[in-house]
Design a protein around this ligand. Structure first.
Ligand code: URA
Ligand code: SF4
Length: 237
């Protein structure tokens, strides 16, 4: 199978478990510890970010120096898509291509994500918004550190408040673990409706992981089918 397989939506998703919704607590507010320069107290900073409208928020992220990731980034990667989308896909953080272009999921994993979207008749920018947990690239594609995730979280939180998506799809372990404040495996989080600050959230594998682990693509299929069914239910409600 090539790097850009065409995905087709199947009628049914045989191995998508339909476990009952598990209400997860929202993350606790806690302190950002990784600032290099004096910053307002965490609560003040969050409140300030939560007051921003789109244009100001984009500007704030573009110039943000609130965690160590700012030092080596080329471009902060704000997020892209329909600002009134029903669907929000959240990855971990920018890689090299994203850092160069300033747009999320534009490398190989991004092509697979676009194919995954196409398989459920969605496309980037049309009822879909794509964002990451951290807006600046972790050097060498390492995982973002807890302090970096924490520092960047108010931006995603504000994006979600502005977009008001019906459903969030967390892509991969880092995004899911961060949003749900848990250390659980993707395998254990799949097939359930979680909540992120009151918005339904489902978990699937990261496209970069799927590129390395082809056998799990069938599971990602099932997750996409589950996501579509969940969206149908949410749209009825
Ligand atoms: N991986 C991610 O998690 N996000 C991107 O934007 C690109 C690759
Ligand atoms: Fe700011 Fe987030 Fe970039 Fe850190 S990762 S510098 S908090 S935009």
């Amino acid at each position: 199978m090539g790097l850009t397989p065409i995905w087709h939506l199947r009628e049914s998703a045989p191995d998508a478990e339909q476990a009952p919704a598990a209400d997860m607590p929202a993350r606790n507010e806690s302190r950002v510890t990784s600032h290099e320069s004096p910053q307002p107290a965490t609560g003040d900073r969050r409140a300030e970010i939560m007051s921003l409208e789109w244009a100001q928020l984009k500007q704030r992220v573009a110039g943000c120096r609130d965690c160590p990731l700012h030092a080596k980034r080329n471009k902060a990667v704000f997020g892209v898509g329909d600002e009134n989308a029903d669907w929000l896909f959240v990855g971990e953080g920018p890689g090299a291509d994203e850092d160069a272009q300033g747009e999320p999921f534009v490398g190989q994993a991004g092509r697979l994500l676009d194919n995954m979207l196409a398989a459920i008749k969605l496309k980037r920018g049309d009822n879909v918004y794509i964002a990451n947990c951290v807006k600046c690239r972790p050097p060498g594609n390492r995982n973002p550190e807890p302090g970096e995730l924490l520092a960047c979280e108010p931006y995603l939180h504000r994006q979600i408040d502005l977009i008001r998506p019906k459903l969030i799809v967390a892509l991969g372990k880092v995004a899911a673990a961060n949003l749900l404040a848990t250390d659980a495996s993707v395998a254990s989080m799949r097939g359930k409706i979680h909540q992120y600050r009151g918005t339904p959230l489902i978990v699937t594998y990261h496209p970069a992981y799927l590129l390395r682990t082809l056998p799990d693509k069938a599971k990602a299929w099932a997750d996409l089918c589950f996501a579509v069914r969940t969206m149908q239910e949410l749209s009825k409600a």
